[in-house]
Design a protein around this ligand. Structure first.
Ligand code: G6P
Length: 612
């Protein structure tokens, strides 16, 4: 993971870099560092967050108009001051920041040690800058040329920026598998892991492609070459992202803001895509490929984390509405097990960031086998949508809290729409039901707003169970993946051990854990199998478990049995995850805040997992 930002222009580089790093902290936050060029290479770095870095800076030494910074999520070497980036060459003249993993760093390091190089850190990154130094000095090459040649020897993933103390007018960057965006401002130029540090200054960007090396000169000249030394002709794109979207907007945490944004973000993900009144629904990305979807023998959804939970719900939706056999795969498993993929399969890759390394690798694998790949992604211009055959953006806007919330409901909205479109196209759902589903989908934003209005009640319940060490989440059918998502949210941000289970499976194991200290969150909104859920709740109560039930408004039966209930509005069952997940997001949020956890930056996690 890790976040990178670099600047060359007429302004002081340090404040721009620090601000950029704060925007990129979602990518990792175990250590941070900067290098500023002003005749010498001034490098400061430390374990901890960007605010910790600000404390160790010597103000006089960070004056300069070119530089770069890094916020780290450790892969090689524990997070400490030495392993923090930037890393320096042996002579101290070159510095590098890196996002990714150099897989063959051991071999390279041994070879370099034989040539007399010695290393101070445990990182793969330090090896790369020594390799660049070695190639440069041996062959008397420019920085970009040495970098290009060094990268030919590298196996692994990288987004890098390299600086030379003797050339403060130039920055060199390169990428493979990890993202790097070039921002073209007015007399100032940027490289960053995403556009968030750049949007304040320019909306003109170039997304670098894999194995490209960019050289940016202070006067604005730039050149992009492949590592095979072919000159490229990149397209300058305009990005549509405003700075307010990147701020907390008065909320205490990004996560809370993003939970509360859901009435708008769900509406955004449907905008222009359906009209229940007029009886139509369409997704631009599907339009060109309707025959392919209609004739699909199978749909395979692949994703990681929360996106995988959205994919699981889609399995129910596609099979129910469109009657197309559907499978869901963890991207990391899919890619390593030689999956059977035929030209009649449609592969759907889901990713908030559009950068998740395993999901991207799964896409590439499926592509190499000739499959048609559809991407459902939030982050516009990221790598996955640039790699897939077609797709739909979910338009949730930047999601900064590490625990995904609004992206999940927007993914679900788009997936539900896809399933409805396919069911209608294949004649598997009646015209009347089609219109009803569209109309109910259109009502989701206002129903979500109604649930958000119950925040105080949810906060109260959070206070009652906040001290637990374990929690169980149960759901059936459409709400089984919601139980998984609820448990994931709780463990991610509050560090309480939580497990999601199909309600009926409880008796095959987890029931052994239930006692008077165990909160059991039951998502009990289903109309189908309602009786069975009632029985499951009774089984929990018989063992003195604490039941927190999410029920449909007016369900007095469960209310009488449960210790706490949260009522949510009625909606057709296939659409119910869009509502039932909301109280679970708030419950986790309040519990984590009450336990003093950093909800936006939970320990050990990162939002964009660009390592395998
Ligand atoms: C990380 C994040 C999760 C996210 C998962 C998949 O684990 O912390 O919130 O669900 O990656 O990310 P993606 O961007 O592919 O949806």
């Amino acid at each position: 993971m890790c976040g990178i930002v670099a600047y060359v222009g007429s302004k002081e580089a340090y404040p721009i870099i620090i601000e950029g790093l704060k925007r990129l902290e979602y990518r990792g936050y175990d250590s941070a560092g900067v290098s500023i060029l002003n005749g010498t290479m001034n490098t400061f770095k430390c374990k901890g967050k960007v605010t910790d870095l600000e404390q160790v800076i010597v103000k006089e030494k960070i004056k300069g108009t070119a530089g770069m910074g890094h916020t780290r999520w450790a892969t090689h070497g524990v997070p400490n001051n030495i392993n923090a980036h930037p890393h320096l060459s042996g002579d101290g003249n070159l510095a590098i920041v890196h996002n990714g993993i150099i897989e063959n760093y051991g071999t390279l390091r041994t070879a370099l040690e034989k040539l007399g190089h010695s290393f101070v850190s445990d990182t793969d990154t330090e090896v790369l800058i020594h390799l660049i130094e070695e190639i440069r000095n041996t062959n008397d090459l420019s920085l970009e040329e040495a970098t290009r040649r060094a990268l030919q020897k590298v196996v692994g993933a990288y987004a890098i920026v390299v600086l030379d103390a003797n050339d403060p007018d130039k920055i060199v960057g390169a990428k493979k598998s990890s993202p790097l965006v070039f921002g073209l401002g007015d007399g100032e130029y940027f490289l960053a892991s995403d556009a968030s540090p750049i949007v304040k200054y320019t909306d003109k960007v170039i997304y670098l492609e894999d194995e490209e090396v960019i050289t940016i000169h202070r006067n604005g000249d730039y050149e992009i070459r492949t590592i095979e030394n072919e000159l490229t002709d990149p397209e300058v794109q305009q990005i549509d992202l405003n700075i307010e979207e990147l701020e907390k907007g008065g909320y205490e945490h990004y996560m809370l803001k993003e939970i509360y944004q859901q009435p708008q973000t769900i509406a955004e993900s449907m905008r222009g895509r359906l009209s229940a009144d007029e009886g139509w629904a369409k997704l631009g990305g599907m339009e060109q490929h309707l025959t392919r979807f209609k004739n699909a023998k199978r749909i395979i959804l692949t994703a990681c984390g929360t996106s995988w939970h959205a994919a699981m719900i889609a399995e129910y939706l596609f099979e129910e509405f469109a009657r197309i056999p559907t499978e869901v795969e963890y991207a990391s498993e899919f890619r390593y097990r030689n999956p059977i993929i035929t030209p009649d399969d449609v592969i759907i890759a889901l990713s908030q960031s559009g950068e998740t390394a395993d999901t991207l690798a799964a896409v590439k694998l499926a592509k190499s086998k000739g499959a048609f790949i559809y991407g459902i992604v939030n982050n516009v211009g990221s790598t996955i949508p640039r790699t897939t055959d077609s797709g739909s953006y979910i338009h949730a806007g930047p999601e900064i809290g590490v625990a995904s919330t609004k992206a999940f409901t927007s993914q679900l909205t788009v997936l539900t729409l896809m399933a409805i479109i396919l069911g209608h196209l294949k004649g598997k759902i009646s015209e009347g039901y089609y219109r009803q589903l569209l109309s109910e989908l259109e009502s989701v934003p206002s129903l979500v707003a109604k649930i958000l209005a119950k925040a105080d009640q949810i906060k109260y319940i959070a206070g009652e169970i906040r001290n637990t060490s374990n929690a169980l989440y149960l759901g059936r059918g459409y709400n089984f993946p919601v139980a998984l998502e609820g448990a994931l949210k709780l463990k991610e941000i509050s560090y309480i051990h939580a497990e999601g289970y199909p309600a009926a499976e409880m008796k095959h194991g987890p029931i052994a854990l239930i006692d008077m200290y165990m909160p059991v969150v039951v998502i009990a909104t289903n109309k189908s199998a309602h009786e069975k859920i009632v029985s499951n709740i009774q089984e929990v109560k018989a063992r003195k478990g604490i039941v927190v039930a999410i029920v449909t408004e007016g369900d007095t039966r469960i209310k009488e049995m449960a210790d706490f209930t949260i009522e949510i509005p009625y909606i057709e069952e296939p659409l119910s995850p869009l509502l039932s997940v909301i109280p679970l997001q708030l419950l986790s949020y309040y519990i984590a805040v009450m336990r003093g956890c950093n909800v936006d930056q939970p320990r050990n996690l990162a939002k964009s997992v660009t390592v395998e």
